[in-house]
Design a protein around this ligand. Sequence first.
Ligand code: PXP
Length: 237
Amino acid sequence: MARLGVNIDHVATLRQARGGNEPDPVVAAMLVELAGADGIVVHLREDRRHIQDRDLHLLKDTIQTKLDLEMSADEAMVKLALSVKPHLVTLVPERRQELTTEGGLEVAGQRDRIKQIVDMLHDGGIPVSVFIEPDPAQIKAAHKIAADYIELHTGRYANARRIKEEQAELEAIVHAAKLAYKLGLGVNAGHGLTYRNVKRLTQIPEIVEYNIGHSIVARAVLVGLDRAVREMKQLVG
Ligand code: PXP
């Protein structure tokens, strides 16, 4: 059975909208674990737009499953990761202006630089995953730099509007997963996955973990709204 990692960045997005302290992603992580998730995923962005350093430290101390820290491949982030020691670091590309992570990390084109980062994390005892497009060149490069896992970027599959396009993206993911597995890499997948589009991916046996965030937090708002309103109505009524 595959594992589910839940990305709780957008609980923090909601908190940052008011600059206060609720909803607290640390509390959310506890509820996510109680509901059966196999891991907590957070992206500590350079601009700290959602998850904060405080969250990262508290999460590492309190979660019972495992913490996957998504971060850009730079030395300042490595320093922070080495002090927190998450169970896994996933290296992602990062651009300040983007709404969310766009595209996979270019590993093939900057192998030496990414390898240095991977080595530093390995020296600190932290396994490393790289978030890449389902492209054979990127997978071979991930293998060459001694990554432990890849996370296949499922965004193009998720965003496909035509059945033919979706099928082609799915096939690319199937091939990528098989190649990575053959090379001995662990295979995770994520980005843009929803209650509708995840099912077809779960037919790919090489994928051991799905990392899903926005869709779960979005659904939580809607399925939780009824109770939240009823409770407030009781208070004011
Ligand atoms: N995996 C990675 C590497 C990501 O950067 C993200 C988005 O932060 C996700 C998974 C989760 O994507 P989504 O929020 O679309 O489910």
